[in-house]
Design a protein around this ligand. Structure first.
Ligand SMILES: Cc1ncc(COP(=O)(O)O)c(C=O)c1O
Length: 445
């Protein structure tokens, strides 16, 4: 998919060599880091310096929701940079006033106050500290199949194996199962999952629990869509026991699921919501803790003992305000819903054609394929927290053929920018279709 030659500047090889020598890559031994050098990006594509084009089928880290390089956002950032790039959070700015007001308009229910952070993990750190301050309780319930960020508290909340090397972490975090259990076991229905949650809460002592944090639709742990009734039931349990419900919408928010926020699918309003990624379409780092009036009320007469040098950073806020404008102007939430139906058709066709595809799910443009190596036992194509030759070969094939996505354990993610069109979706799925034949050869049964 080469359609452009490099004009000038550093070669991809040089970028990789110098970056590897002088900077640290995350989540991997440095000797294994194999970054794609990138020179520019636009819409659903990015290009390496040698002109190779990649279709971005994961919106980078499920965050570039409006697509790459949108001039409206770039220009808003540059106007803000020219006018006032930074001011202390103890002062205030027009962009802070306008973005606060705009968020109150689009956030679910009566949520109307936000505290700005630099990203998702920091939003979750502050959310749990606020929940503890408001309730006077200390425990936080979180789920095993979750990722909440990589700072000290957020990585303790995280249920997946990224937590293990970071233990011991924050005290008072209790993990619970969610309704999904790997491809080889049927998910629990809402009633079963809620009964288990209720029992855990009672055994832990309801009046010791400040908050239950969950991803309403789980992201990296498998695009897990809750069974109908689950989120409503969680809301009821939290109300019954005076526990604050924190919805981590860092990945699921801002149109990814075909609604502004994932909780909107079930008409549930959390007490606290954390957002990041799609808030600025990842153009500038920004997150926020958003809260309902009864949470905000506590901080009217009690100080919030937290703060950040870059709280309400004008460049980030300008990016967010312009990004929200793009979602609205281009109808991207609606497009995510429409293209989500197209994605479901592609997933269905792949399921029919490839014995290696054991399951597929999507809600809006939040999608995943689960690969299996045995049609009888439904054994996954790679182990939990592991890799396999087949999954590596799929990853390689996709990149070689100009499609970038996240290949994790036994799953292939399909999370393109929300501005994608039908043809671009078809192009991506055509390459995935070819890549899956690699995996089919290993399937038994
Ligand atoms: C659900 C969820 N919460 C929190 C985070 C952490 O956000 P950040 O990497 O901006 O700190 C992520 C990142 O992937 C996420 O997916």
């Amino acid at each position: 998919m080469s359609d452009r030659t490099n004009s000038a500047g550093m070669s991809g090889e040089e970028m990789v060599a110098l970056s590897k020598r002088y900077t640290l890559f995350d989540w991997q031994a440095q000797q294994n880091a194999n970054p794609i050098p990138v020179e520019r990006a636009e819409g659903v594509y990015f290009w390496s310096p040698d002109g190779k084009r990649y279709l971005d089928f994961n919106s980078q880290l499920m965050g570039v929701n409006i697509g790459h390089g949108d001039r409206r956002v770039v220009e808003a950032i540059s106007r803000q940079a020219a006018q006032l790039p930074y001011i202390s959070p103890f002062m205030t700015t027009e962009v802070r006033a306008r973005l606060g007001q705009k968020l109150a308009e689009i956030l679910p229910g009566d949520i109307e106050k936000v505290f700005f952070t630099l990203g998702g993990a920091e939003a979750n750190e502050n959310a749990i500290r606020m929940a503890r301050a408001v309730t006077g309780r200390h425990k936080i319930v979180a789920r095993y199949r979750s990722y909440h960020g990589a700072t000290g508290g957020a990585i303790t909340l995280t249920g997946d194996p990224r937590r293990w090397p970071n233990e011991p972490g924050l005290s008072g975090v209790v993990h619970v199962l969610d309704p999904y259990h790997d491809p080889f076991k049927e998910p629990d229905d809402a009633a079963t999952a809620l009964a288990y949650l209720d029992e855990t809460i009672r055994l832990e002592g309801p009046n010791t629990i400040a908050a239950f944090i969950l991803e309403p639709v789980t992201g990296t742990n498998g695009i897990l869509v809750p069974p109908d009734g689950y989120l409503q039931g969680v809301r009821e349990l939290c109300d019954r026991y005076g526990i604050l419900l924190i919805a981590d919408e860092v990945m699921a928010g801002f149109g990814r699921t075909g609604e502004w926020f994932a909780v909107n699918h079930w008409n549930v309003v959390p007490d606290i919501m954390t957002i990041a990624k799609g808030l600025t379409s990842s153009y500038v780092p920004l997150g926020a803790v958003a809260m309902r009036p009864h949470v905000a009320e506590h901080f009217e007469s009690n100080a919030y003992y937290g703060g950040l040098t870059y709280n309400s950073h004008p460049l980030a806020l300008a990016a967010a305000l312009a990004t929200i404008g793009v979602y609205e102007e281009d109808g991207l939430i609606e497009n995510a819903r429409k293209m989500g139906d197209v994605m479901r058709r592609h997933h269905g066709e792949l399921m029919e054609r490839h014995p290696s595809v054991g399951a597929s799910r999507n809600i809006g443009l939040f999608g995943i394929l689960e690969l299996i190596r045995d049609r009888t036992t439904l054994e996954p194509m790679a182990p939990f927290n592991g890799a396999s030759d087949e999954m590596k070969a799929i990853d390689r094939y996709l990149l070689d053929h100009g499609v970038y996505t996240m290949v994790r354990w036994w799953t292939v993610m399909t999370n393109p920018p929300l501005c994608i069109d039908e043809q671009q979706l078809a192009d991506g799925f055509a390459v995935i279709d070819e890549a899956l034949t690699v995996a089919d050869a290993s399937v038994k049964g």
